[in-house]
Write a protein that binds this ligand. Structure first.
Ligand code: ATP
Ligand code: MG
Length: 420
């Protein structure tokens, strides 16, 4: 029998305590989902989710009696979070779907483990571990884990029609855990459901897409998303550009030890067109930070072929390092993909590598002069002050940011004389 009893996370006193509080006096509770899946795949375990036959109110009461903090984080769909030593465990009452409309499900609480398993999306996500650590498989999840098959529980088309987000979850879980080709029924059903994706909220679509783009290697999943038309449906901006650059980007990330960056992967598939990206950010409701990063990338200058260190420092000063760093990373990935046996591309790789280091180390120098200095030099208050200050700053930039206040004051006095 497959067991997780020896796993460090499973033997933590906090989890043992929760399971023992819930598994008595007619109650049953099991760990479910990602924790079991990842353990059996040898991957790190993130959140620990627990399913129980007890009603949410009873979970809260038992927690209180045992002195465990209970937070009703999602009480209407049956979720109570138990907190021990700052760590949260989501405890959800067994459910069965009463009614679904592709976006929301009305659920009823129940005590039937099979019904609870069958309303989950994928077989690999519906494995349970009871309090003794034994793994319980009600839908064939273990066999699919072994072959890394990402498969819907039941009929793919039916399961997708209950919640269209499952199309994206199918590809996301394939990106993380799948191998070979995605399950054919799931692919076909996803392709057929693609024009229903626009009924989902933008937040759900983007959250799911961003998770997919954060996978160690999302390139095969993206290929199948493109093949089925799903990618174009959610990201029409990728239509012309395509996903050819993704593979090279992932290889470069792995070779150079870059952390997977979902926005950089996105940037590899869309044109650097500030206006279109602004439209995309609004449509998908990206966070302000994500939207701003994409804008910085789109507005960053294309690097001149033979840019010098000095010239590059000027670009950094004008445009900032964020967008340029993304530009260089993509250019570097492209050049590395082309570099094999091509001496010109190899030179480009070497140069871009140097520039990237410079970019990532960059601290913007502070211009040491201000409007007050210009006034003190005798320029009368008004529009002139800004013009003189700008001319002085250009002078400083052109001398590679090396002049100090004393040197700049001499130049300022010249400018002030010429301007009066
Ligand atoms: P991770 O948290 O590592 O992304 P997970 O498997 O815990 O993976 P969650 O999105 O946290 O995934 O969901 C927890 C469980 O709830 C899933 O394993 C799955 O069984 C079920 N689930 C989540 N979303 C859906 C959905 N849209 N349709 C059906 N079941 C779902
Ligand atoms: Mg989870």
């Amino acid at each position: 029998m497959t067991s997780v009893a020896q796993e460090a996370w499973f033997t933590e006193p906090a989890l043992t305590r929760i399971l023992s509080v819930l598994n008595r006096d007619g109650g049953q509770a099991r760990v479910v989902g990602g924790a079991i899946r990842n353990t059996l795949m040898g991957l790190p375990v993130g959140d620990i989710d627990i399913a129980t036959t007890l009603l949410p109110q009873d979970v809260i009461e038992r927690a209180k009696e045992a002195g465990v903090k209970a937070v009703p984080t999602g009480i209407e769909h049956g979720t109570v979070t138990l907190v021990i030593d700052g760590r949260g465990y989501e405890v959800t009452t067994l459910r069965r779907d009463v009614e679904t409309d592709g976006r929301h499900a009305r659920v009823a609480f129940g005590t039937d483990w099979t019904a609870d398993a069958e309303r989950r999306d994928l077989t690999i996500n519906a494995l349970y571990a009871s309090a003794d650590g034994n793994v319980i498989d009600l839908v064939g999840g273990l066999a699919d884990l072994e072959t890394r098959t990402v498969r819907f529980i039941g009929d793919a088309a039916t399961r997708i029609a209950e919640d269209y987000l499952r199309v994206l979850r199918f590809f996301r879980f394939f990106a993380y855990y799948g191998s070979g080709r995605p399950d054919a029924d799931g692919l076909r059903a996803s392709a057929r459901a693609k024009d229903k994706l626009n009924t989902l909220s933008a937040e759900r679509i983007w959250a799911e897409t961003k998770k997919l783009l954060a996978a160690a290697d999302p390139s095969r999943a993206l290929l199948w998303m493109r093949q089925t038309g799903v990618l174009t449906e959610i990201l029409p901006e990728t239509e012309k550009w395509g996903i050819d650059a993704i593979h090279g980007l992932v290889q470069t990330e792995q070779a150079l030890g870059w952390t997977p960056d979902p926005l950089l992967r996105l940037a590899a598939m869309v044109p650097p067109d500030a206006e279109r990206l602004d439209g995309m950010a609004k449509r998908l409701r990206l966070s302000n930070a994500d939207a701003a990063r994409l804008q910085e990338w789109a507005k960053a200058p294309v690097l001149p072929d033979e840019v010098t260190d000095v010239g590059f420092d000027r670009l950094l000063y004008q445009h900032g390092a964020t967008g340029l760093s993304m530009r260089i990373r993509l250019a570097l990935a492209g050049a590395r993909a082309a570099a094999e046996g091509d001496p010109l591309a190899m030179r480009k790789v070497a140069r871009l590598t140097v520039l990237l280091e410079r970019c990532d180390r960059y601290r913007k120098p502070v211009f040491p002069m201000s409007g007050a200095d210009v006034l003190a030099a005798g320029v009368p208050a008004g529009k002139r002050v800004g013009e003189v200050l700008a001319a002085l700053e250009t002078f400083w930039v052109e001398r590679n940011f090396s002049l100090d206040r004393a040197a700049l004051t001499i130049r300022l006095e010249e400018l002030a004389r010429n301007n009066s």
